[in-house]
Design a protein around this ligand. Structure first.
Ligand code: RIB
Ligand code: CA
Length: 306
């Protein structure tokens, strides 16, 4: 089977770090680049954390670029209350020795879309700012993008607000542009990820390597944050769950819908709404096989922590 080229947009972020590790370690994928942007924490921190992830996974060959420092037209939000100021947990502060590639993220993205014409899958694990900027600047690229897989949205619930999920409401204008520009979106949102709460007992003991020490520490901090903020026992590794759509689509209950983003100011801002009129633009994960997803993730994080 041909290796699948991926370009990842991310705001690491503890769950991003696990998802990036999955994709960097899977020979089925060629990660042609990682664009870090502001989201969970600020841009400098997300760039460091993506570099750290490539370094600790032995993939310093994968370029990391700095994307947007803020949403298209709103102030940046952050989720340090979940991911800590370091973005990797309240008690984790790790710095990479690597440097980001000094190239404009949109130009790099356009170059990769053209290089892999028709085969490149964009994977968005944070706000859609840089995906939107690229497709807005180079609309001719839309037919050349195979798919945009996003962790984001939720048809029946929100988390950042009552109705909206963080990645969407952090930059709703960007999300609206991506969902309406003609590219196909595969949306793994809270409808699926909320069915995959991983128990704290699945968090491995620290291992002998630096990665083996960092991963358990960040997951334990993530579990503490979930308990303190959401009153939840366990963790939802949203981004890692979403990238399993790439390798195990049958683990998700999928429906084709036309999805639009609410841009009305107020409590519905950033809501992903199913439009009953109009041709579908999106494959939506409406649920997940909890046992299979959590079994995979528990084994994967054990592997990382060896
Ligand atoms: O709502 C969860 C999403 O927001 C995840 O991508 C998490 O990393 C944060 O970015
Ligand atoms: Ca994320």
């Amino acid at each position: 089977m041909a290796v699948r080229p991926l370009l990842i947009f991310t705001d690491p972020g503890i769950d991003d770090f696990i998802a990036l590790s999955m994709l960097l370690r899977d020979p089925a994928f060629e990660v042609c680049g990682i664009v870090s942007l502001s989201g969970n924490v600020g841009l400098d921190v997300t760039v460091n954390n993506a570099l750290l992830c490539t370094e600790l996974n032995g993939r310093a060959d994968v370029p990391v670029l700095a994307g947007s420092a803020k949403p298209l037209c709103r102030p940046a939000q952050a989720a340090a209350y979940i991911h800590g100021r370091s973005g990797l947990g309240k008690h984790v502060e790790e710095y990479s020795t690597l440097a980001a590639r000094a190239e404009n993220a949109e130009e790099f993205t356009a170059r990769m879309v053209k290089k892999y014409a028709g085969a490149l899958e964009l994977v968005s694990l944070g706000p859609l700012t840089d995906v939107a900027l690229t497709l807005q600047k180079y609309p001719e690229l839309v037919p050349l993008v195979r798919d945009v897989l996003i962790m984001g949205g939720g048809i029946h619930c929100g988390n950042a607000t009552k109705y909206a999920e963080f990645n969407i409401v952090a930059d709703p204008e960007a999300a609206a542009l991506v969902f309406s520009c003609g590219v196909h979106v595969t949306m793994v949102g809270l409808d699926a990820t909320h069915e995959c709460v991983l128990s704290r007992s699945s968090i491995p003991q620290p291992g002998a390597t630096r990665l083996g020490r960092v991963v358990p520490a960040m997951l334990n901090d993530y579990a503490d944050a979930y308990k303190n903020v959401h009153g939840l026992e366990g963790v939802i590794i949203h981004d890692a769950i979403s990238v399993l759509m790439l390798t195990h689509p049958d683990w998700f209950r999928r429906e084709e819908h036309r999805v639009r983003i609410c841009l009305d100011e107020g409590e519905h801002l950033g809501q992903t709404v199913v439009d009953l009129a109009g041709a579908p633009n999106c494959t939506v994960a409406m649920g997940a096989d909890t046992e299979k997803v959590n079994g995979y993730l528990a084994e994967f994080v054990r592997e990382l922590a060896k």
